[in-house]
Design a protein around this ligand. Structure first.
Ligand SMILES: CC(=O)N[C@H]1[C@@H](OP(=O)(O)OP(=O)(O)OC[C@H]2O[C@@H](n3ccc(=O)[nH]c3=O)[C@H](O)[C@@H]2O)O[C@H](CO)[C@@H](O)[C@@H]1O
Ligand SMILES: C=C(OP(=O)(O)O)C(=O)O
Length: 458
C-alpha cells in the first residue's frame, strides 16, 4: 500500500530510477547492544537548500552526497517536473541542469500536491523569483510540530521589490517582480529556510542586499559557499549579517553536502541509550557546533578520533548540574545555539541518565507531546507545558517496556526508535514514513551493527 509519498520515478538518461517509499511499521526487538561503525548520510536540510539553488542557473550543477530520503527525492521530482534535467550519476551524486524550465507546471494540481507535501519546497520560491520574475507555492508541508509561519520569507522578498499575493481558497502564495532591487533588511526572526530564500533571491538582484538577523547554521553557510562558487558575491558567511552584491547571472558548479548533524546527534543518543560502542565515521566534527558539548553535559563520553566520533559503551551517564547546583536545562536556540531538531533525542536519552534535566523546546509548540509514549514505556517525565518537559533519569536501573506507538514526526520518530531499541521486548512503531522522510534506510544501517528492526506492513 502506498501513501502520501507515491512511488516516485524520474528519468535518468535512458534508464528510469524508481524510488518507492511505502507506508510501513517497524517491529523492533529491544535490548540488544550494538557495536560498530555508522556513516552519517548527507544532511537533509542542506540538501533541500542546495537542490533548490540549481534553479538559479541554466548551467550544469553537480551535487554530491545527496541523502536519498523521501523529502529530498520528492523535491528532486518537483524540479524534474519543472523541467530540470536530472541525472543520478551514482548513489547520492546528481547532475542538474535548469536550462528549459516549464513554468506552466507551477499551475498544475500535481505541483500543488507535491509541493505541499514537504517544507523544503518553499525554497524554490527565491530562485524562481530571481531568475524568472515569478514564484508560486502552495502552503508547504513538513513536520506538524507547531505553527510554521512564512512571514519572514515573504516580507524579505517584498523588501526586494516583489509583490505578494495569497489565495486563501487555493492556499497558494505567489510573488512577482519584473526586477529585484537590493536593500537593507532586519529579519523578524532568524528563519533558516527564510534566509535561504532571501539570499538566493538577492544573489541576482540589482545592487546590494544586507540581511541582518540572518540564520547562519552550517547548511546556510554551505548554501552561501555554493552560491559563491556559482559566481555570487556574499560577505559575512557564518555570521548573522550577510551582504549580497547582486550579479547579473550565475554559473554552474560542483558542491558536496555535509554529513547530517541531526543524524550524528541521533546516533550519539542511540549509543548512550543502548549502552553500545559506536564509531560515527566522518562526522564533520568542525560543523557540529555546540552539539558534542551538550551531549557531554548529559554525561556521555565522546572521543574525537580525527573526524570520527567514538562513543564507548557506558553503563551509566550522569547529567551535570549547572555550576550553581541548579538543574540542567537543555534548550534550543538559533545557530550557534542548539538545533531544535535534536531536543527529542536529548529528551529520550535523559530517560536513562542519572539525574534530571529540563528540556525546553522554545521554537515549536507541538514537538514534546510524544513523551506520552515514553511515559507508557516507564520513563519518568513531567510534561510541564507544550514547550517544557522535566525528565528524571532511571539510570538504567529499570529498562523501558516495549510498546506499540506511532511516529508523530521525524525526530520524535527516531527518538521512539531509540527508546524501543533500548527497551525490553518487542515494540512496534507505525507511520514510519515520518522517519523515512529524514533517515535513509535507518533499519538496514542499524541492523548492520546489531539492531533487530524489521519493516512490516501496516
Ligand atoms: C527544511 C528545513 O531546513 N527545516 C528546518 C528549518 O525549518 P524552517 O526554516 O521552517 O524553520 P524556521 O527557522 O523558519 O523557524 C522554526 C521555528 O522556530 C521559530 N523561531 C525561529 C527563529 C528564531 O529566531 N526564533 C524562533 O522562535 C519560528 O517561529 C518557527 O516556529 O529550521 C528549523 C529550525 O532550525 C528546523 O527545525 C527545521 O528542521
Ligand atoms: C522539522 C524538520 O523538518 P521539516 O522542516 O522538513 O519539517 C526536521 O528535519 O526535523
Amino acid at each position: 500500500m502506498w501513501l502520501n509519498i507515491k512511488p516516485i520515478s524520474f528519468k535518468i538518461d535512458s534508464e528510469n530510477t524508481v524510488f518507492t517509499f511505502e507506508m510501513a511499521t517497524f517491529k523492533i526487538e529491544g535490548g540488544a547492544q550494538l557495536h560498530g561503525d555508522l556513516h552519517p548520510q548527507g544532511a537533509k536540510n542542506e540538501a533541500l537548500q542546495v537542490i533548490c539553488a540549481v534553479l538559479l542557473t541554466s548551467e550544469e550543477v553537480k551535487i554530491n552526497n545527496i541523502p536519498e530520503i523521501s523529502d529530498v527525492i520528492k523535491l528532486i521530482e518537483i524540479l524534474t517536473q519543472l523541467g530540470v534535467k536530472t541525472e543520478r550519476t551514482s548513489k547520492g551524486n546528481y547532475t542538474f541542469q535548469a536550462d528549459e524550465i516549464k513554468l506552466d507546471y507551477l499551475k498544475t494540481e500535481t505541483f500543488a500536491r507535491q509541493a505541499s507535501s514537504l517544507r523544503g519546497s518553499i525554497m524554490i520560491l527565491g530562485p524562481l523569483l530571481s531568475r524568472f520574475g515569478i514564484g508560486y507555492i502552495p502552503q508547504p508541508g513538513g513536520d506538524k510540530i507547531g505553527r510554521r509561519r512564512l512571514d519572514t520569507h515573504f516580507i524579505g522578498l517584498q523588501k526586494l521589490g516583489a509583490t505578494f499575493n495569497y489565495n486563501p481558497d487555493e492556499l497558494f502564495y505567489s510573488v512577482e517582480a519584473s526586477k529585484l532591487k537590493g536593500t537593507y533588511m532586519l529579519l523578524d526572526e532568524a528563519s533558516v529556510t527564510g534566509t535561504a530564500n532571501i539570499v538566493m533571491a538577492a544573489s541576482m538582484a540589482e545592487g546590494t542586499t544586507t540581511i541582518y538577523n540572518a540564520a547562519c547554521e552550517p547548511y546556510l553557510q554551505q548554501l552561501c559557499k555554493m552560491l559563491v562558487s556559482m559566481g555570487a558575491i556574499i560577505e559575512g558567511i557564518g555570521s548573522n549579517l550577510l551582504t549580497v552584491k547582486g550579479v547579473s547571472s550565475l554559473k554552474g558548479c560542483t558542491h558536496k553536502i555535509l554529513p547530517d548533524m541531526i543524524e550524528v546527534g541521533s546516533f550519539i543518543g542511540l549509543a548512550a541509550m543502548t549502552n553500545s560502542e559506536i564509531t560515527i565515521k566522518n562526522a564533520g566534527i568542525q560543523h557540529l557546533g555546540i552539539i558534542p558539548e551538550q551531549f557531554k553535559r548529559m554525561g556521555i563520553i565522546l572521543e574525537e578520533r580525527n573526524d570520527d566520533l567514538f562513543i564507548p559503551a557506558q553503563d551509566h551517564y550522569e547529567i551535570e548540574t549547572f555550576m550553581d547546583g541548579s538543574i540542567m536545562n537543555i534548550a534550543d536556540a538559533p545557530w550557534p545555539g542548539l538545533t531544535p531538531d535534536l531536543l527529542s533525542i536529548f529528551l529520550v536519552i535523559a530517560t536513562q541518565a542519572k539525574g534530571s534535566v529540563l528540556i525546553h523546546q522554545k521554537m515549536f509548540e507541538s514537538r514534546l507531546f510524544f513523551v506520552d509514549k515514553l511515559i507508557d514505556m516507564g520513563a519518568q517525565i513531567i510534561l510541564c507545558d507544550p514547550h517544557r518537559a522535566t525528565v528524571i533519569g532511571l539510570d538504567h536501573k529499570y529498562q523501558l517496556r516495549a510498546t506499540k506507538m506511532s511516529s508523530p514526526d521525524i525526530r520524535a520518530g527516531v527518538a521512539l526508535l531509540i527508546a524501543a531499541l533500548s527497551a525490553q521486548g518487542v515494540s512496534k512503531i507505525s507511520n514510519i514514513e515520518q522517519i523515512d522522510r529524514g533517515y535513509e534506510n535507518i533499519d538496514e544501517r542499524l541492523n548492520a551493527i546489531g539492531a533487530r528492526i524489521s519493516r512490516i506492513e501496516s
